[in-house]
Each structure stands twice: as structure tokens, then as C-alpha cells.
Design a binder for this molecule. Sequence first.
Ligand code: 13P
Length: 263
Amino acid sequence: MAPSPAGGRKPLMSGNWKMHHNHFEAIQTVQKLSYRLTTADYDAVDVSVHPPFTDLRSVQTVLEGDDVPVALGAQHCHWEDKGAFTGEISPPMLAKLNVTYVIAGHSERRDLFGEDDEMVNRKVRAILAAGMTPIMCVGEHLEEREAGTTDERVSAQVRAGLADVSAGQVGALVIAYEPIWAIGSGRTATPDDAQAVCGVIRGVVSEVAGQEAAETVRIQYGGSVKPTNTAELMAQPDIDGALVGGGSLDPDDFSRIVQYREA
Ligand code: 13P
């Protein structure tokens, strides 16, 4: 494993495609991505793609068939294993497709579909129980930032999301700091502002799960990450990766983001 700038934590660069790309487009996108990424890239960073549910099987087949070391990710799941939950997908169903990472509590799920901290915590525990790694999202609204309550809001989300998760499990998971005002807006938190909040998150992890978990937990920044701003964000000591929306849809852009070391 290549040395990483942040205390041995291998960076994780994740593409969250949201509700974009049907399964044909998804196949083309991962194939093109795989042509652009090199062994040196995979040595330096972990890479995941998070297509819509309908694409997962197709993308899994491409990644496994062509031995592409990009991890398969999902965007969402329910917390129950099975049952009368029309339209939902369970963690064991995702694990069966060799999904590695599952996003939990994305701000779009929280704001548009009513997910609260308790539901996010249930999902985090269910994802872990199914043997996968949660990417637990936290972040403040613009009004909270302007009111100076960002740290309070984000700390509360981290504490609630990690309730009843063992220290060992916390140390292995991923937390994504996504300031909601920076998502899809073209506005990025400055590297200093993003670092400040990611530092607060690591401090909360240390309080709830101990120093060792705080040293190993990976914290991503998300919100208008582009090829041109990735390197300066990744240079921050508490930023261990990026959760990328719009910038991950095009394989040229996303490969340049993954290759930020060369910028
Ligand atoms: P954008 O990169 O499009 O701002 O989206 C960020 C995000 O929400 C990733 O999960």
C-alpha cells in the first residue's frame, strides 16, 4: 500500500452517481474509468462507484469479469433484512452482489425522504452486520453555517449515527462531511473550512470510540469536488477522500479526481 498523506489512512475516492446512468450507461462509464486508472492509482487510493440499484448487477459483472479493482458501492438501503417494505432493498441483498460500501444518511435522503439520525444509525448498524462498510454522511445547512452552529450540528449527527457501534467498527468505517450548501451548487467549502469540520468529526469519534478509532476512521469531503479542487482538499490532514456527485458521472473527470496526486 502506498503511503498516504494522512497518517496511514488510504484515501477513498467515491463516485455517487445519484439518479443518473441507466445500466447500459453504467457499464460504459466503469469500462472507460477502468481504461484510465492505473495500478499506481489503485496502490495510492481506494476507488468506489455507487450506481443506482438497477445498475448494480451489471457493474458488478464488469468489475469482476475484467478484474477491475474498483469497489462496488450502493447509495442507500433499508435496515431490515427482509419484510413488507415496498420499494426498499436490504443490506444482505447488497452484500450478495459483493457491494463493499453503502452510503447512509446522504443529505438528499435526509432532506427529501425524511431520514432522521435514528434511521441513519439503524442503517449503519445493519450495513455493518451484513459485512459491508457504511459511508455515513453528515453536514450542515446554509442557515446553520451562517448561524455558527455547524460544529454542533455535525457533532450531533456523528454521535447519533454511531450509537451502539463498537469502537472497532467505528475505526473501520467512513464518514463523509458534505456541507449541504456545497452539494451540486458549484460552491465548495474552502480547504480550511472543510479541514476544520473534518477535524471536529475526528474529535467526536475519539470521544465516542477512542483514539485508535479516530486515527483509523476515514473522513471524506463531499460537495462540488472537481478535478481542479481535489488536490488542495486532499492535502488537508483530516480529509481522507472525496464523495463526488456530478464530478463522478464522466469517467474523464472522475479519473482526474482519482489522480489528484498528479495535478
Ligand atoms: P456534487 O459533487 O454534485 O456536489 O455532490 C456531492 C454529493 O452529494 C456526493 O454524495
